[in-house]
Design a protein around this ligand. Structure first.
Ligand SMILES: C[S@@+](CC[C@H](N)C(=O)[O-])C[C@H]1O[C@@H](n2cnc3c(N)ncnc32)[C@H](O)[C@@H]1O
Length: 296
């Protein structure tokens, strides 16, 4: 079904009122967009901050007459009487899943490792190929934070090693580690959809018998790994530092990802209590920290 879209330039103060009224007036979905390029990377738990310049995008059935909607908005919302900057657009109907699938291609990381979407042909059958369908979880390899971890895993000798993937998402890092030769892996995530996606991807890659998956509350006490990779944001990495450190064996290796370049130095200092830390590696706005666990 084709759609018609009303884009209204607004701000953080008025966006919610606009959204409520647009829903009352028949919009089938509302999206808030960044009106300028001001990304919000780490909202606090329970907070949904909006941009100072917020574009409210309301979707309607293509047959909707938007003229009465616009009159109603102006009459009911006094702030629109001063400035009402809007645009109406026709939206062609697309199969968005199909579109996303068409744009996701095999990618190589480091020397040996390829991530191949499960619906594509494998470019190099002799490489270490992870066949991936992320499902509803994060982790395709296209995001710089995941790419930095995959490159790091590819650079390690993982034979006979036990690996923890903390914040496993699609399971991409745990499965990659197993296919690169790790003896076993543990994936931990707060999201049960990530646990499901990780299990599916491990099955797809015939490594499910070497992967254990846990929600944090079910995680066995006292587990420790030779290699731990955690691609979560700086906030949880800061808060969970003692817990993450305790999951790594003496002389074990650590990689932290999901932090912005300007957050790397602070995180490096925190983790220096337990690890001998390397200089950060960067990709676009993102940094990866690596280190080796001290024998305390
Ligand atoms: C950025 S994704 C990373 C997914 C995948 N490992 C990758 O590198 O692409 C972060 C994942 O960490 C999970 N996560 C966030 N906070 C967590 C926590 N405190 N404990 C465990 N998992 C967490 C999220 O549910 C999400 O699946």
């Amino acid at each position: 079904m084709p759609w018609i879209q009303l884009r209204i330039h607004s701000n953080s103060e008025h966006a919610d009122a606009l959204s409520d009224l647009l829903m009352e007036l028949g919009s089938v979905s509302i999206t808030f967009e960044d009106g300028k390029d001001t990304p919000i990377f780490e909202p606090k738990l329970g907070e949904t901050p909006l941009w100072a310049d917020t574009v409210v995008v309301a979707l309607f059935d293509a047959g909707t007459d938007l003229a009465p909607v616009i009159t109603e908005l102006q009459q009911q919302l006094p702030f629109l009487q001063e400035q009402f900057n809007y645009k109406i657009e026709q939206i062609e109907d697309k199969d968005w899943v199909r579109e996303w699938m068409d744009n996701f291609h095999p990618i190589q990381f480091g020397q040996r490792l390829w991530i191949c979407p499960s619906w594509r042909e494998i470019p190099d059958p002799n490489a270490v190929n992870v066949i991936l369908d992320p499902g509803l979880a994060f982790g395709t390899g296209t995001h710089p934070t995941t790419a930095l971890c995959l490159q790091w895993l590819d650079s390690l000798e993982l034979r006979d090693k036990e690996v923890i993937d903390f914040g496993c998402g699609s399971g991409i890092l745990a499965v990659a580690a197993l296919k690169l030769g790790a003896k076993s892996a543990i994936g931990i995530d707060i999201d049960y959809q990530a646990i499901d996606a990780s299990r599916d991807n491990a099955t797809r890659n015939q490594v499910v018998d070497r992967l254990s998956l846990y929600l944090p509350q079910d995680q066995p006490k006292g587990i420790q790994a030779d290699v731990l990779v955690a691609n979560i944001l700086a906030g949880p990495l800061r808060e969970l530092a003692p817990q993450i450190a305790s999951l790594v064996k003496p002389a074990g290796k650590l990689a932290l990802s999901g932090l912005l370049n300007e957050q790397a130095e602070e995180l490096r200092e925190i983790y220096s209590e337990w690890f001998t830390m390397d200089a950060p590696a960067h990709k676009e706005d993102w940094s990866r920290l690596t280190g080796v666990r001290k024998s305390l």
